[in-house]
Design a protein around this ligand. Sequence first.
Ligand code: FMN
Length: 332
Amino acid sequence: MTLPTTTPSRPAPGPVEQGDPAGDARSFRRALGQFATGVTVVATSYEGEVVGMAANSFSAVSLDPPLVLWSIRKESSRCGAFSESGHFSVNVLADDQMDVSSLFGRPQPGQFDQAEWSPGTHGDPLVAGAIAQFECVTHDVLDGGDHVVLVGRVERFARFEGAPLLFAQGQYGVFETHPGLEAGPSAAPGTRYVDSEDSLFMSLLRAADHHMSALFQGHRQEVGVTVATGRILNRLARGPASLDVLEDDSYLGENAAEDAIAELAAQGHVVEEPGVGWTLTTSGAELRRTLRASAEQFTADQLRGIPRRDLEAAERVLSALLGRGTRSEDYS
Ligand SMILES: Cc1cc2nc3c(=O)[nH]c(=O)nc-3n(C[C@H](O)[C@H](O)[C@H](O)COP(=O)(O)O)c2cc1C
């Protein structure tokens, strides 16, 4: 069984943006954001208090001795605690812990009152639900420009079942096996072989999701919105919001939300009103309506020619799989 390719043709080659990082920090950050990472909560106990923060700069360094590293902004209010405590924990977040990442993604009092955790050997918080935990003693504190690099020697680790939360291009993601891995040796170019260990249904479901997502991404590029600007427009359609609220509600990293707001403001689609927050302008509201209509048109184009009753059956099956509304026994 072969399936059509799930990767539509890429846009014309050539950089979207390039230059000297000193001249354009935003573009530089966006280029760095092309590197996908996991998300951790790093934590320490210092002077009788526990502090923690979301960090995606975590990286494995060495197996022998067992070393890991991450970096913290020198301007961070927690930089002193992490540099001086002499130990820290690293909690690798699971894909259902976006809220935990948001909780620790900005300074707020009582963060650990809102999270489930237990103290490790040095009192450093071990966050419940993480898929891996590393208890470290600080091996080195290095200068890293506007960041301090903390190298830790791992004293204890624990691994749990679960899938990682990912972070790339300023937003959260989930891990999925690359559909290209299902290409068998005899598969013709541009086709995908359905893995024999997989049921046909599962393969089709995965391939259809990947195919549609890739097509929709291309469509979004054509209409000139990014995931980030689209989410900000959608959120502001519900009412004004501060940057912090926008970050939380749109599940975008702080920089991605800020960049998207700056882009929309430069285009005249949003304005910041003192005491109110960011709001949509008339052109912003119009843009959002256009985007909605074009997304509906995109879906209609994709589904054209499929009989209505098939679409309704497909909707019922997908709803049943998601446990929503439809009774699953109808499909057993
Ligand atoms: C997904 C994600 C990854 C982050 N990674 C880092 C990081 O590696 N280093 C860092 O200094 N801040 C990082 N931050 C921002 C900090 O979590 C945030 O600045 C901190 O919680 C705020 O406290 P502060 O003002 O004391 O720095 C990240 C935030 C998020 C949401």
